[in-house]
Design a protein around this ligand. Structure first.
Ligand SMILES: [Zn+2]
Length: 466
């Protein structure tokens, strides 16, 4: 049952419900007929007064919805607003004001990408219905912004045009869209620490588990401009939207630039080379700045990421993640068996700091130079896998794969993320930059030393259990 926000009692009731139930996500889909271009085009039955009235009502509905979105955002929760992408409602001052709030973004998605269907005289077909979404969750924004595959594959499917009675049917979200919103919300929960990576909860677990890297990638893909203020010196926290201290920001960005230099992530080349090799401008970069501490004990972290936007599914750029059972199996072995040496098994966790920077960049990827390292007419050619590039995870996969094979490991047949060392009786499950090893003490010591040789002493963080 839709809420009739013409009725002040219903408004009050909805507001109370939100305040009482504190929903993590509030989805607003206010009536749009008065705004939609469809309406503007269909030369109505001449009833201008009726149209005006509808418009006034529609604006009232949106204003009320926006007041609920503020309620959500101010209380650290999420909202998702949906309206036709081309509707004039996006120009309402209330909407514009909300969009200037740090962290609130607008994206567009095509509903054919989510399987929305309708029927016309040619039969059943997909409905494009470009839809605008406004949300303060970057993960949901990422999920609802899929575009029509015709854009890059040519005319693969036809579109049923939404006219007359068919517009109404298109108000029901297709299941794939509902799922996309839930997946986005789940990523958001993981990012917020409300769900631990690997926890399945009530949703399916087929998506890769969110790591810091993926998080940065997601942030990198969403165009936001609020941090580019006029003086170029005002920064807002990328997660909380708080104003950041510019001295600490400069310190953090300098540290990141030092890391870039020490790993030789890119080398400066003329922009002309980029055009020659790729026919395109260099990929844009952006800073992701987060205060991992709090206002009393600030701990700023700055990451420079590429904004290589994912427009299609490229299976050749795929990187594998291990099945959840792999680690469970490792832990099960740890408690039920002894090593071949007769000594007890132990589990060792090692993660590689800035793992991607240890991986060679294989494609020709050119990026803009950050403002800290500008030089006229020059850009950066990637030597290492930069966070935010599409094949970074895959390049890292190649890197650790060859490292383990060089050390005498055999790669798993069912999953490329599993390795076994027959002589050392060592097992490892790799998940992004996390290695989980199973072996006896001496062999775990051996692998730690070997990995230090490969990635450097300071790149390793390790923790042993049992
Ligand atoms: Zn389409």
């Amino acid at each position: 049952m839709p809420w009739d926000f013409d009725n002040p009692d219903k408004c009050a009731k909805a507001k109370r419900k939100v305040q009482l139930e504190k929903p993590k996500l509030l989805i607003g889909s206010p009536m749009c007929t008065a705004f939609s271009q469809l309406q503007a085009l269909s030369k109505d039955k001449g009833n201008i007064e009726r149209k005006k009235l509808l418009l006034v009502r529609a604006i009232k509905h949106i204003r009320f919805c926006v007041s609920l979105y503020w309620e959500q955002i101010k209380n650290g929760r999420y909202s998702l607003h949906e309206h036709p992408a081309s509707a004039n409602s996006w120009k309402l001052p209330e909407i514009i004001q909300l969009l200037t709030y740090p962290g609130v973004v607008k994206v567009v998605g095509h509903l054919c990408a989510y399987g929305m269907k309708s029927t016309d005289d040619q039969g059943e077909g997909l409905v494009k219905k470009p839809t605008g979404w406004m949300t303060n969750s970057p993960y949901i924004a990422e999920q609802v912004s899929a575009l029509c595959s015709n854009r890059w594959k040519g005319q693969m499917h036809r579109h049923v045009r939404l006219i007359s009675g068919r517009a109404k049917a298109a108000k029901v979200y297709p299941p794939k869209l509902c799922k996309a919103i839930l997946i986005g919300l789940r990523y958001q929960f993981i990012a917020d620490g409300l769900m631990a990576p690997g926890e399945i909860g009530t949703v399916c677990c087929e998506e890769p588990i969110i790591t810091d890297e993926v998080k940065e990638e997601v942030w990198g893909q969403i165009q936001r401009s609020y941090y580019d203020s006029a003086d170029g010196n005002t920064y807002y926290d990328d997660i909380t939207g708080e104003l950041l201290d510019s001295d600490l920001v400069n310190e953090a960005t300098q540290e990141e630039m030092d890391t870039y230099k020490s790993h030789g992530v890119y080398r400066r080349v003329p922009i002309a080379e980029c055009f020659e090799k790729t026919g395109k401008k260099p990929t844009k970069v952006r800073w992701v700045i987060v205060n991992k501490g709090d206002s009393e004990n600030p701990e700023y972290r700055a990451r420079l990421v590429a904004k290589e936007i994912k427009m299609d599914q490229r299976l050749d750029l795929f990187a594998a993640t291990p099945p959840l059972e792999a680690k469970q199996f490792l832990f099960s072995l740890a408690v039920s068996l002894r090593a071949k040496t007769g000594k007890p098994y132990k589990v060792l966790f090692i993660d590689i700091k800035r793992a991607y920077f240890h991986a060679k960049c294989i494609r020709d990827v050119y990026v803009d130079l950050p403002e800290q390292d500008q030089q006229e007419g020059m850009c950066g050619k990637l030597e290492k896998a930069m966070y935010g590039t599409r094949d970074a995870a895959q390049n890292w996969e190649r890197e650790y794969e060859s490292a383990f094979i060089n050390l005498g490991f055999q790669q798993g047949k069912s999953s490329p993320c599993l390795f076994y060392h027959p002589d050392k009786d060592l097992r490892v499950v790799v998940h992004g930059d996390d290695f989980t090893f199973l072996g006896d003490d001496s062999n775990l010591k051996w692998i730690t030393e070997e990995l230090k040789k490969v990635y450097g002493q300071s790149a390793l963080r390790s923790r042993a259990v049992r």
